[in-house]
Design a protein around this ligand. Structure first.
Ligand SMILES: [Zn+2]
Length: 377
């Protein structure tokens, strides 16, 4: 941690402007205590690590458990704290919030609203993150989670592209006007990286608008990436079609179950070649991943199910959806999947699709995708 109480119970912040000699002097002459448990803490001044306070080894303090803090986390906290100071907000570093028994990395106040900034460098479990988020919200504090920019083989270039986000990274998604965004920060370069207007392809893969923003240009509330232009949307459209086609081309080859493969059977049963399925099979519907398979797969199975059962898209009751779910339970990851399926039906209706060999309006599909993932709602 970067803060501690001195002997007079005053909060001491280890600002970056202290030079090594000053700190050595301080350590000789001052005693420091943990703001949370009041135990005495050590001022660590190493050659490699950023100077910080640490509990003694046998401490039971909650804070002590999170002391595997990395240099990058300490550096990030310094930078974000200084940024809010420069922007002239009321800001506190690691303040202890007794009600929550929690210490956000940074607490910043704007127009009487407090924001907890959590800069996340190590993995945190989904339930843990949810608990902390709920705690903040109950205390009327808005939490903002910032992920450390994920390591990537080649530096990201700005613009629309396909990216991969691990489930851990996906936890940091926030929704602005229904569109999905992730904001990350890299202390090594002092640059924010935005993954905006996320369109899921499958599992870890997304199409995203990637944008760098140096810390010097950041504001608060954090700047948002502009709505993609028509030219940029055309790249989304092209990348989506390409990813979908690649999936279909490969799908025949990767089938492990042969003739038992439900998806291939469905294509065969309906008299469709896998690689020539109409474009309305494989549409991204939700900006979360709710099905265990690629969109084209569950959508094909759904259309076949309707055909087999003799249902028309204009009359889909929840019983029909239940029947489908019982038939293919493995497809449904979560409860949201049902809603996604209903939304898919609505899209098909709008496209004028009644069954699998229907003609459809490709321009309407283009417009749907634009409205769903990019347009201001
Ligand atoms: Zn403590």
């Amino acid at each position: 941690m970067l803060t501690a109480l001195n002997a007079n119970k005053q909060l001491f912040v280890l600002k970056r402007e202290y030079v090594r000699d000053q700190l050595l002097e301080l350590r000789k002459n001052e005693q420091f205590y943990c703001p949370q448990c009041q135990e005495s803490v050590q001022l660590k001044i190493g050659q490699v690590m950023i100077p910080h306070f640490a509990h003694k080894k046998q401490s039971n303090c909650q804070q002590a458990f999170s002391e595997g803090e990395t240099t990058i986390h300490l550096l990030g906290k310094h930078q974000l704290y200084e940024m809010f100071q420069k922007l002239q907000f009321k800001v506190q570093l690691e303040p202890y919030l007794p009600k929550l028994a929690q210490r956000p990395d940074i607490l910043v106040e704007r127009e009487q609203q407090q924001f907890a900034i959590e800069f996340q460098c190590s993995t945190i479990s989904i339930p843990q993150m949810e608990t902390r988020t709920i705690g903040y919200l109950q205390a009327n504090i808005i939490p903002i989670w910032i992920l450390k920019t994920p390591k990537h083989k080649h530096p990201y270039k700005d613009g629309v592209q396909q990216i991969k986000l691990s489930p851990f990274n996906q936890q940091f998604t926030t929704y602005i006007q229904k569109h999905a965004h992730i904001i990350t920060f890299d202390p090594d370069t002092a640059v924010f990286l935005y993954f905006s207007y996320l369109m899921p392809i499958e599992g870890y893969r997304f199409i995203a608008h990637v944008q760098h923003l140096s810390m010097g240009n950041q504001q608060f509330p954090f700047l948002q990436v502009k709505e993609p232009t028509e030219v940029e949307f055309n790249i989304y459209w092209r990348l989506w079609k390409k990813a979908r086609q690649q999936f279909l081309d490969k799908r025949l080859l990767i089938s492990k179950k042969g003739v038992q493969d439900p998806f291939l059977r469905a294509c065969y049963f309906m008299g469709n070649q896998v690689e020539k399925l109409p474009l309305f099979i494989g549409i991204p519907v939700s900006n979360k991943v709710n099905f265990s398979v690629f969109d084209a797969e569950w959508q094909m199975l759904w259309l076949m199910f309707l055909y087999e059962q003799g249902f028309d898209l204009s009359h889909i009751s929840s019983d029909v959806i239940d029947g489908f779910r019982k038939r293919f339970p493995i497809l449904f990851i979560n409860e949201k999947a049902v809603e996604t399926l209903q939304n898919y039906n609505e899209i098909l209706k709008k496209l004028g699709v009644r069954q699998i060999n229907s003609d459809f309006d490709e321009i309407a599909l283009y417009q749907y995708l634009y409205a769903q993932f990019l347009a201001k709602g």
